[in-house]
Every structure is written in structure tokens, then in C-alpha cells.
Write a protein that binds this ligand. Structure first.
Ligand code: ZN
Length: 155
């Protein structure tokens, strides 16, 4: 069988052509500067304070953290524990919350943490961390990020 014939034998399903951009989007990464800019855009669009950002070059692209704003942390843990934390670390707990990421981070991770930030600032205090409300906020963040990055498919 010639290579040409072999090629024509390939199944041409729309599924296999769609899978490629989806996959690319899922693993797409951004550097700290771009991540910071995307956080700014999403915060502004939803009218919430920007979180403090912390980047670590040793953190994996698929892991992140989102800290609640200081007032919410006090509501959740009590003022005593936040005072103790501040004395121990000799700095104030992040006023508007904090997102911690790797220097290079996947777009999915960024949207994940932004979802938490939006829940912290826009939803009731005891909203479950990874529940339905958070999924909706994750989608909100991902949609804006995809729009900004020019991606047509979100995941
Ligand atoms: Zn999470």
C-alpha cells in the first residue's frame, strides 16, 4: 500500500480534529507577567480587589493556592489565629487575598485559583471550596482568560 493510499484510509472524524485544540488549551501555560495581567483583567471585570500575587519558580505548572482576604480569614479562623500568624511571620496577612503560582503556570490552574478568589469576594462566607458555585466562577474566569488569549475552546 502506498503512503498516499494509507493517508486516505485515515478516519476523518470531527472528534479527532477537535481534540487537538482542546488539549492545547488545557496545557497552555503563561509566565508570571501574563498571569498578573490576566488576574488584573478578571478582577476588574468582576469589580473585585486584585489579590496579592506570589510566584515561585519551583512550583509546578499545575498547582496553586488562593488565600482568602484578611477580613474573611478572620471570619473563618478567628482574629486570634490571624494575629498569631502575623506575629510569627512578621507581616500582615494579605488584605485582599493572595494567589500563589509557579513562575510558569497552566491557564487551567490560573482559572482554578481565580475561581476561589471570586468565590471569596462575591459569594457567602461558607461557600464550599470546590462546589458548584466555585465551578461556575472557575468557568467565568476561564471564559475571560480564553477571550483574552484568543482561544476559542474552553475546557
Ligand atoms: Zn482549589
Amino acid at each position: 500500500m502506498s503512503p498516499t493510499e494509507d493517508h486516505t484510509m485515515q478516519p476523518k472524524t470531527s472528534e479527532s480534529t477537535k481534540r487537538i485544540p482542546r488539549h492545547e488549551h488545557r496545557v497552555r501555560t503563561v509566565e508570571s507577567g501574563e498571569a498578573r495581567e490576566l488576574v488584573r483583567v478578571v478582577s476588574k471585570r468582576f469589580g473585585v480587589m486584585e489579590p496579592d500575587m506570589a510566584f515561585n519558580r519551583r512550583r509546578r505548572t499545575d498547582t496553586g493556592q488562593c488565600w482568602a482576604p484578611r477580613w474573611l480569614a478572620i471570619e473563618q479562623y478567628g482574629e486570634g489565629r490571624i494575629d498569631t500568624w502575623e506575629q510569627h511571620h512578621r507581616r500582615t496577612y494579605p488584605q485582599n487575598g493572595q494567589i500563589r503560582l509557579g513562575t510558569t503556570t497552566s491557564v487551567r490552574t490560573l482559572a482554578h485559583e481565580l475561581g476561589h478568589h471570586l468565590v471569596h469576594l462575591l459569594e457567602p462566607a461558607r461557600t464550599p471550596a470546590h462546589g458548584k458555585v466555585w465551578v461556575a466562577r472557575f468557568d467565568d474566569a476561564m471564559e475571560l482568560i480564553a477571550e483574552r488569549l484568543g482561544a476559542t475552546i474552553r475546557d
